[in-house]
Design a protein around this ligand. Structure first.
Ligand code: AMP
Length: 495
């Protein structure tokens, strides 16, 4: 049986689990960067992946963002490229040696930021290209040369078509979040890219789930891979405190968020809503309440979204309101808290949401708001995470709990009613909120997030969570995401 036809098998000898970064044998410039970043111990995926990647083996990694996976592949890649590092200003001396493909702009950008940090003392150069933004600065960056290129597939194909990048000397390929790339219809693009790479290379693939398609892809391009699995973060993570607060009705939720942020002195919190319109609206209301809040949603430009994310990471924005797809893949170091303004329609999303906090060993808190109508959603979540969540009621006091429409009635309306005019009834379907000018009226934006059907499509429209449509010539449309529950709670199955 040819090597590539064999299923991925666990390495016969379990890789040695190092407990310090010193023991991997990294060059001093890499160790210095890691120490400066404050990484003291390798995470489980790093302990397993780093020695294997350094040996030059192919890897099939079952790990999701938040496990330290980026350093797990980036550090040993840099180590392997160290002999090629040079300080020459000539771009020809810095050809692309490692290509890292990621499904979304945000993930690509995050990986790039990490790689830049890890490589800063090595002399190895990195660059990132993704769709939805002007291609010219990327062309200029590529002209300078880079040993490590991070890219989303569609934009990379554009560059390849325009011959603004050469992959002739690439010897390492990473497919990150491969399951999402397939979900988003990138398979044909990935295949075209793989065909353009030299046949002799090391391949690493990371995926949170292992569908038949993922296995097939792995079989076609991984060469006798070592399977590395780390337990998925899940709702039973002991370092995440989970609490549910019962509030009277939907109108009380905004006050509840403000109260929780203030009372618990949360400095950095992601608040999840089920709809994009809900996210934008909540952020505006919290701002009016005096909290430093912003929303990530698909009505904003890519630059605005990246700027918001940057401001949040720097602590300039305290409350980031986001929908599930907008927030997916975002990594914020040691996020102390998430708040579920809406309980998610899909229990799996609850697990994804609370996985945003308590990362890399830090402790976190996940607070959820529920009204009487949300009982069913809570039951679904408890079934999935196999435990009961403590439910408390949240006392908001009479002023805060009163619906906004009563408290913030327009002065004109108050005057009119004082003069005996009847209160105007809102026509059926009319929003309670005034529509900010320029805000989308497309009903798409007020629909609930539906992970199993709308995920790729919404991802494409959302928050840069999906950067680009597959490049011309792609035949596969977005597919239904396959996320078996067992995989969600127990990690990918061995294949
Ligand atoms: P990732 O899963 O690669 O997105 O990483 C999640 C977060 O953990 C990132 O913010 C990393 O900077 C951080 N991180 C990665 N490895 C370590 C480590 N060994 N110790 C502490 N933090 C880490």
């Amino acid at each position: 049986m040819p090597r590539s036809d064999r299923p991925a098998a666990a390495h016969p000898k379990r890789p040695h689990l190092s407990t310090t970064f010193d023991s991997f044998g990294f060059a001093e410039p890499i160790l210095r960067a890691v120490t400066e970043l404050g990484y003291r111990e390798p995470t489980p995926i790093q302990a397993q992946a780093i020695p294997v990647v350094m040996q030059g083996r192919d890897v099939m990694g079952a790990a999701q963002t938040g496990t330290g996976k980026t350093a797990g592949f980036a550090l040993p890649i840099l180590q392997r490229l160290m002999p090629l590092a040079n300080t020459s200003a000539s771009p020809a001396r810095h050809p692309v040696r490692a290509l890292i493909l990621a499904p979304t702009r945000e993930l690509a950008d995050q990986i790039y930021e990490n790689v830049r940090e890890y490589a800063k003392y090595t002399g190895l150069k990195s660059a990132v290209v993704f769709g939805g933004v002007d291609i010219k600065p990327q062309i200029a960056a590529l002209r300078q040369g880079c040993e490590v290129l991070i890219a989303t597939p569609g934009r990379l194909l554009d560059h390849m078509g325009q011959k603004t990048v050469s992959l002739a000397q690439a010897e390492l390929l990473v497919l990150d979040e491969a399951d999402r790339m397939l979900d988003m219809g990138f398979l044909p693009d990935i295949q075209r890219i793989i065909h353009a790479l030299p046949a002799r290379r090391q391949n690493l693939m990371f995926s949170a789930t292992f569908s038949t398609e993922i296995r097939k892809l792995a079989e076609t391009f991984l060469n006798d891979p070592v399977l590395i699995e780390v337990a998925r973060r899940n709702a039973t993570a002991e370092n995440v405190e989970q609490l549910v607060f019962r509030v009277a009705d939907i109108d009380a939720k905004r006050a509840a968020v403000a109260k929780l942020v203030r009372e618990r002195q949360l400095q950095q919190v992601i608040v999840f809503t089920n709809t994009k319109i809900g996210a934008g609206r909540l952020a505006r209301l919290l701002e009016r309440d005096g909290l430093n809040a912003a929303a990530i949603h698909g009505d904003k430009s890519q630059q605005e979204r990246l700027a918001t994310l940057e401001a949040f990471k720097k602590g300039e924005i305290v409350v980031l309101v986001a929908t599930d797809v907008a927030a997916r893949g975002l990594d914020i170091v040691e996020l102390p808290a998430v708040i579920n303004y809406d309980l998610p329609y899909s229990a799996e999303d609850y697990v994804h949401r609370i996985g945003r906090t308590g990362r890399a060993g830090a402790s976190g808190v996940a607070l959820s708001l529920m009204t009487g109508n949300d009982e069913r959603l809570l039951v679904e979540i408890e079934k999935l995470i196999k435990r009961k969540l403590p439910v408390e009621s949240l006392d908001l006091g009479p002023a805060e709990a009163r619906p906004r429409r009563e408290r913030r009635e327009a002065p004109d309306a108050r005057r009119e009613r004082a003069a005996g005019a009847p209160k105007r009834r809102r026509p059926e379907g009319e929003s309670r909120m005034p529509r900010a000018s320029g805000y989308s009226t497309d009903p798409f934006f007020s629909q609930p997030y539906e992970p199993s059907q709308a995920e790729p499509a919404e991802a494409a429209a959302q928050a840069g969570a999906a950067p680009e449509v597959p490049a011309r010539g792609s035949v596969t449309g977005p597919r239904k995401s396959a996320r078996p529950l067992a995989a969600l709670l127990g990690g990918g199955r061995k294949g």
